[in-house]
Design a protein around this ligand. Structure first.
Ligand code: AMP
Length: 214
């Protein structure tokens, strides 16, 4: 088993490129934000615990998300290639990931860092609309669905995420810089960090990622 980690600020395009990478390279995707939102919708114990943090734009406790991601990795096939979108976001989460991988005989293949400035990320998030069913991501200007407000793929009504409202976005970006920069430094020190320019469309950014992965 090996994992490729996708790092980047909220709005840097992780979800969009993850979808491209899954389609083109057959990665098994673990998107921590999607897992948590599903848990909140289903009102599981983890979802109830996570909701208050997510609404405030804070990170959920490391042990909570570490257990959720760890369970998926432990239950998956031993020869899987995973793509982790949004995890780990703290050094404590990285420790949990490494302990899990050690137990499963897995390794970290690379950590991709999507680089985008905060103003552009904020602008992208302001226009972001998502499909709550299939998780497809749209934008009111840059990626408009064929039929207004409806997912092209599955026909579900699109929504704006609660945590995509402006005051929460500013907090999420601040937390990203405070907490995730340390994780980025660890990957850089180990020679695993692959910075990729995050401007341009998802297809273009995916092309850049595939280049650094080969
Ligand atoms: P995302 O969809 O990745 O932007 O995540 C949305 C929200 O879910 C974040 O603002 C956090 O509240 C929570 N979240 C997602 N992934 C993590 C993580 N690895 N650690 C802690 N909280 C997370």
């Amino acid at each position: 088993m090996d994992v490729v980690i996708l790092l980047g600020a909220p709005g840097s395009g992780k979800g969009t490129v993850a979808a491209h990478l899954v389609a083109q390279r057959g990665f098994m995707l673990i998107a921590s934000g999607d897992m948590l939102r599903d848990a909140v919708t289903r009102k599981t114990a983890a979802g109830v615990e996570a909701q208050v943090y997510m609404t405030d734009g804070e990170l959920v406790p490391d042990a909570l998300i570490g257990r959720m991601v760890g369970d998926v990795l432990r239950e998956g096939p031993a020869d899987a290639h995973y793509l982790l979108d949004g995890f780990p976001r703290t050094v404590a989460q990285l420790d949990i990931l490494e302990a899990t991988l050690a137990a499963c005989g897995g390794t970290i293949a690379a950590a991709i860092l999507l680089e985008l400035d905060d103003d552009e990320a904020t602008e992208r998030i302001a226009g972001r609309r998502v499909c709550p069913a299939c998780k497809a991501v749209y934008h009111v200007v840059a990626k408009v669905p064929q039929s207004d407000g409806v997912c092209d793929t599955c026909g579900t009504a699109l929504i704006q995420r609660d945590d995509d409202l402006p005051e929460t976005v500013a907090q999420r970006i601040k937390i990203y810089h405070q907490q995730t920069s340390e994780v980025i430094e660890v990957f850089a020190a180990r020679g695993l960090l692959k910075p990729v320019v995050g401007t341009g469309g998802g297809a273009k950014v995916t092309e850049r990622i595939l280049k650094v992965l080969t």
